[in-house]
Design a protein around this ligand. Structure first.
Ligand code: C2E
Ligand code: CA
Ligand code: CA
Length: 482
């Protein structure tokens, strides 16, 4: 709209200048008017009319006085400054469009070349990919009339009018315009859609990709018996003797070598593949325990499970079968599950049943990571653990932080109240070991004593750090016997 406005304003300015420069219709003013029409292909003729008389023109006038009198100028409102008319000249069969402009007590009558005007409008509109038209005060269309007549073929139409001139632009798409646009942008659109779809597919793929192969790989690992346990000693806080070991799973992956549990346990727990892995570990533990009993020292093995596994009668049934097959496991085996797994959601009575079924075959129970979960005291009492393993967070901070210092004491107190043996996890320094000892926590586990290690190394060290059965103190006997 602004381009059309600008064009008309330029003509208006030129006419104003001519009127000021040449108040009378001199040759100069005639020449100036002629220059305007010559320089603008849309303009056909410009004449100046005052009181129904042709005062001046770019050439000899084309309208007689009567014809001028016939014009509808008389019908113009007094405050109107612009008007537009369409006249069909019967003599030459041509249609002309007249644009009237009030300047200095007279009217400039500008005759537009209809075809050029339409071309000009079309050029502007096609540049903006819209449809434009010119109309009179009754909104009668003068240009591009054919397109406007087939308005039903215009999609999405909105109008913008000039605030100064009786000119309007209809913004919309005619069918051909729309198809043109579609054809122009279709390949890009299709490309974008394909790219988006590809991106989304890739994301979804990546999401499952990480899982599916992991699932398949774990499955392969189970099939090839790639899972094994490393042993981390559990020691007597009083004497420092090795009295047991926690079995920590590792995956001897053919390509990645040793894979730590945090990389596959979450997935294996989700897919319940952990059940099969644990059964394999228990079977291996049976063989390894057989080698340990040769050393006549009291000890126990602690195997990690989850509460939901123990709440499953099928899993418990499989473990019971193993315990029957390896009677060696019916003594000196502890199973631990973490307080982190919110087992209040697990059916507690199912859990109790599972624990009891295994207790009946000699298994003792330890609550792992105590202090990190939400298990209420009543639940803990109902499950009656034999051992409580205090999470390493409390042990680590107990010597540096005065608040956690007393928390460790309080946790130890709860353990004593529940009549459980206590193990402090994650003991890393002499100072921590001392502190744990002073709180009457019976056992410790942590890097201060030893890191998890393969069974063969553990066996060799166990020979040195354990106490022969004949020399075992009462306190150690008590712990190992739990
Ligand atoms: P967890 O049961 O709390 O096992 C103890 C973890 O603490 C082990 O990590 C061990 O290496 C680490 N640790 C031991 N002493 C120290 C210490 O002094 N300082 C520090 N910073 N860390 C210490 P690991 O072997 O990476 O095991 C991580 C977790 O994976 C275990 O935590 C356990 O929740 C899980 N896990 C390990 N083996 C099994 C398994 O056979 N079955 C199941 N369900 N979970 C397992
Ligand atoms: Ca554990
Ligand atoms: Ca733990």
């Amino acid at each position: 709209m602004s381009s059309i406005d600008a064009e008309i304003t330029t003509i208006e300015k030129q006419l104003n200048t001519i009127t000021k420069l040449y108040p009378d219709c001199s040759e100069d003013s005639q020449q100036a008017l002629e220059n305007i029409t010559l320089n603008n292909s849309v303009l056909n003729e410009v004449i100046f009319i005052r009181s129904h008389s042709v005062i001046c023109s770019d050439r000899s006038t084309t309208l007689t006085k009567e014809e001028v009198a016939d014009l509808e100028i008389a019908n113009l409102e007094p405050d109107e400054h612009y008007a537009i008319y369409k006249i069909h000249d019967k003599k030459n069969g041509k249609t002309a469009i007249f644009f009237m402009m009030y300047v200095d007590s007279g009217w400039y009558q500008i005759r537009f070349e209809k075809n050029y005007l339409e071309l000009w409008l079309k050029e502007i509109s096609s540049h903006h990919e819209v449809y434009s038209y010119i109309y009179d005060k009754h909104r009668k269309y003068f240009a591009n009339i054919d397109d406007v007549n087939s308005r039903e073929s215009i999609f999405y139409k909105t109008m913008r009018e000039s605030s100064r001139y009786p000119v309007g632009i209809s913004v919309g798409y005619t069918k051909p315009l729309l198809f043109n646009l579609i054809w122009t942008f279709l390949p890009t659109g299709i490309l974008l859609i394909v790219a988006n779809a590809f991106g989304i597919t890739l994301l979804v793929h990546c999401f499952f990709f990480k899982r599916v192969p992991l699932y398949a790989e774990i499955q392969k690992g189970i099939h090839n018996k790639e899972f094994y346990a490393e042993y981390q000693p559990i020691v007597s806080a009083q004497t420092g003797q090795w009295i047991g070991a926690e079995l920590l799973v590792r995956w001897l992956h053919p390509k990645k070598r040793k894979v730590m549990p945090d990389e596959f346990i979450p997935a294996a727990e989700k897919s319940a593949q952990i059940n099969e892995i644990t059964l394999q570990l228990i079977e291996q533990a049976a063989q390894e325990k057989a080698k340990m009993v040769m050393i006549d020292s009291p000890f126990y093995l602690s195997i990690n499970v989850t509460a939901s596994m123990i709440a499953s009668p099928t899993f418990v049934g499989s473990v019971v079968e193993l315990l029957k097959r390896y009677p060696l496991l019916q003594d000196g085996v502890v199973m631990e599950f973490s307080e982190r797994e919110n087992f209040s959601n697990t059916d507690v009575s199912q859990l109790q049943n599972g624990m009891q079924a295994l207790r009946d075959h000699g298994i003792k129970w330890a609550l792992d990571d105590f202090g990190t979960g939400y298990a209420g005291l009543s639940t803990l009492q109902a499950l009656s653990f034999d051992i409580i393993k205090i999470d390493r967070a409390f042990v680590a901070a107990s010597v540096t932080d005065s608040v956690t210092h007393s928390i460790l004491g309080n946790i130890a107190q709860i353990g004593h109240t529940l009549n459980c043996q206590l193990i402090a996890e994650g003991v890393e320094t002499q100072e921590q070991a001392q502190h744990v000892k002073s709180l009457k926590i019976q056992s410790c586990q942590g890097f201060f004593y030893a890191r998890p290690m393969p069974f063969e190394r553990f066996l060799a060290k166990f020979k040195i750090h354990s106490t022969p059965a004949s020399e075992v103190s009462h306190s150690v006997q008590e712990i190992v016997g739990v």
